[in-house]
Design a protein around this ligand. Sequence first.
Ligand code: FUL
Length: 484
Amino acid sequence: MLRRDFVRGSSAALAALAAARRVGATPRGFRPRSSLARPSAPQLAWQRRERALFLHFGVNTFTGREWGDGTEDARLFAPQNLDARQWVRAAKSAGFASLVLTAKHHDGFCLWPSAFTTHSVKSSPWKGGAGDVVREFTDACRAEGVGAGLYLSPWDRHEPSYGDSARYNDYYERQLTELLTHYGPLTEVWFDGANGEGPNGKRQVYDWPRVHATVRRLQPKALMFSDAGPDIRWMGNEAGVAGDPNWCAMDPAAVPYPGADGPQIIDALQHGDPRGTVWRPGEADVSIRPGWFWRESEDEKVRTADDLEALYFSSVGRNANLLLNVPPTTNGTLGDRDVRALAEFGERIARMYASDVALGATVSSNAPSARAHRAAMAIDPDPDTFFTPLHDAGEATIELRFDAPVTFDVVSLQEAIGEGQCIGSHEVQARLAGAMQVVASGTTVGHRRLHRLAASVTTDRLVVTARSTIGPVRISRLSLYRHD
Ligand code: FUL
């Protein structure tokens, strides 16, 4: 099927296009679509941060439930030693540069003293009703130099107006406005799609266009997450696993509203669409424990650093950001076991990235390129430089030669996504016992694609071939690490 994004050509050219589409490449002679979706500056900065910490905290922490029903007594909320700085430091120890806190979950209890309800910290014994968790959280993030994000559940099982759509939408807008105007700049605003019936037996109809417009107006740099974006999309599961392939672009009609359900919706969330008109990269959310909220009975089930590392490879390693939930305890701090796992995970990833053996290579490519985009730019650590061939041939090859053999077991490929995402397949070959052999291959690259090899490879020659489905191959960085 022909798409508008290719300029019309001769029948021979069209046949070449059809053949190329079958193998997933862009043939010579076809110009890429000029309107390729690209990230905004905040989206690109967010993708480069790669990892964020999620904090589920509220009355559920004290009842041991996952979904409160809204009848919880606000007096239950009584953390003895709440310490938001500890949350942020634990996040930083694992290399997380931003955090997202549940300002309000489905039970409707607000972690800030909202002027529009009494069902909040105001009615709790914590700090004599004068405390504000959102304030402590955002202050701690700012003091520690990391981004702060907030989750405001649209579904509210406490608020009497819920289900009376127009009235509740006003209530929600007022609460959102408080969060967007009282706590300084936010990096992310998190919406989920849960949508129940109100006390009147009616299903609430959310006003998403109004919600989005409010966030844009009051916090133009904050990115909005939901199944339907508009800036960041859900990855389609809560297991921390990105799709393969995973495109950052999407057809906005594929997931019309948050909470839309069905196999095609999940498929669209997992994979995106190379020809999609909007840039909506995926965020893979997952918890360090079986539940989202803390409960003592799950203290023995905290994921290990090994597990967290596997999640890193299945999310960040497949072009999605990792949003890892680590819930505070009834004490108001993160548990020791969780903090230890985070720190160990962070150390391992830092150790892996500490030494890139590709840096010593002599680099060449199979095609001429402009000086600014020469082959050596493919190993240059500057994320803003990249290799691209002078003429877009839909395929490009980078060759690395080493004076002395190097050993690695992780291959990291990064595409210059500031220009859009184009690579649809790639292959890595290394000279082993005198012959070139495929050591890794895959589909999309995007911000980062990691291959963890089954065994370490020692070689003096490496060739990476990348094929593009929609525009030029642009390799921002190829790096080789040892992970143990
Ligand atoms: C879902 C919620 O229903 C869960 O409780 C949790 O907050 C998860 C991250 O999002 O929609």
